[in-house]
Design a protein around this ligand. Structure first.
Ligand SMILES: NC(=O)c1ccc[n+]([C@@H]2O[C@H](COP(=O)([O-])OP(=O)(O)OC[C@H]3O[C@@H](n4cnc5c(N)ncnc54)[C@H](OP(=O)(O)O)[C@@H]3O)[C@@H](O)[C@H]2O)c1
Length: 275
């Protein structure tokens, strides 16, 4: 894999500032086998460019996304990759979470670098029990790091306190130029202080930010597109990585080009006014 200089830290690992999302790859709520070849090729293209971060979940395509990720990474140096997967709330609880992780590892054909609780549930005891199960999974070598997803600041702090042995290294949340709630809620600042990675999902607002002419105008000066400006806005922050999903190779290449440069502070401010 070629080396990319725009790297961020998750735990003690280095990941590229732009990763690859997989929602819809291999199906949504159900498996869909009709685009398997293109999906694997798109992921492999990103890996060949040097992107080392892939985000998937047991929920995506009811497990088929994980199978396609497993297929895509074949032949790449495993230690250079960083694979995120997630346990769905119906598998929260001690034995259920451990069973779900084992099934994900089997579908992926490899260990998981970062395993996330996909969504919070009302009963905090369930969250706590699941976090403790994940600590055991680290000791058993199935997963390397523990994280959460869609947790607000209060729930994140509570979860941190519940940990016995390992730390929560990341929180994956919706974050885009159009939806800046991690900035306004104090979540981003808190996570920065704690040295925790914020993984920004739906960073292109399903592709709509790529069509924003105002962002395209800002990008012109840098020789960059609207999509690249929208992604660069996010990774500008030290602890933020963004995981756009792109099924098309040209989109993967474009998103890759969001790395290796930075918007000026002034243009970043202007970008906020574009949406
Ligand atoms: N933790 C969670 O609860 C959670 C929730 C939602 C999403 N996620 C993760 O975050 C990932 C990304 O979020 P998302 O899929 O919701 O939305 P997104 O990345 O904002 O948007 C994906 C859409 O944008 C298009 N696109 C990608 N790059 C583009 C470009 N350069 N120019 C124009 N269009 C482009 C894609 O088209 P093509 O496919 O045709 O290239 C796709 O239709 C997911 O895949 C998933 O891994 C996590």
């Amino acid at each position: 894999m070629p080396e990319v200089s725009d790297l961020k830290r998750i735990g003690n690992d280095r990941v590229t500032a732009i990763g690859m999302g997989t929602w819809g790859i291999g199906g949504k709520e159900r498996p869909d086998y009709s685009h398997d070849r293109e999906s694997v090729e798109a992921l492999r293209h990103g890996l060949e460019l040097g992107i080392n971060l892939i985000d998937t979940a047991e929920f995506y395509g009811a497990g088929h996304s994980e199978e396609l990720v497993g297929e895509a990474i074949k032949g790449f140096e495993r230690e250079e990759l960083f694979i995120i997967s997630k346990v769905w709330p119906n598998h929260f609880g001690h034995s259920e979470a451990k069973k779900a992780a084992r099934a994900s590892v089997k579908r992926l054909g490899t260990y998981i670098d970062l395993y996330l609780l996909h969504w919070p549930v009302d009963d905090f005891r369930k969250i706590e029990e699941t976090l403790h199960a994940l600590e055991e999974l680290v000791d058993e070598g199935l997963i390397r790091h523990i994280g959460v997803s869609n947790f607000n600041l209060e729930l994140l702090k509570r979860s941190q306190e519940a940990m016995k042995k390992y730390e929560i290294v990341a929180n994956e949340v919706k974050y885009s130029l159009r939806d800046r709630w991690p900035e306004t809620s104090g979540l981003l600042d808190y996570m920065k202080r704690e040295g925790m990675a914020l993984i920004a999902y739906t960073p292109l607002e399903k592709g709509s930010l790529a069509r924003n002419t105002c962002l395209a105008g800002i990008g012109r000066k840098y020789g960059k597109t609207a999509a690249q400006v929208a992604l660069n806005y996010l990774i500008w922050e030290k602890n933020v990585v963004a995981i756009p999903k792109a099924g098309r190779k040209e989109h993967i290449e474009e998103n890759f080009g969001a790395m290796g440069w930075r918007l000026s502070r002034e243009d970043r401010e202007k970008a906020r006014g574009c949406v």
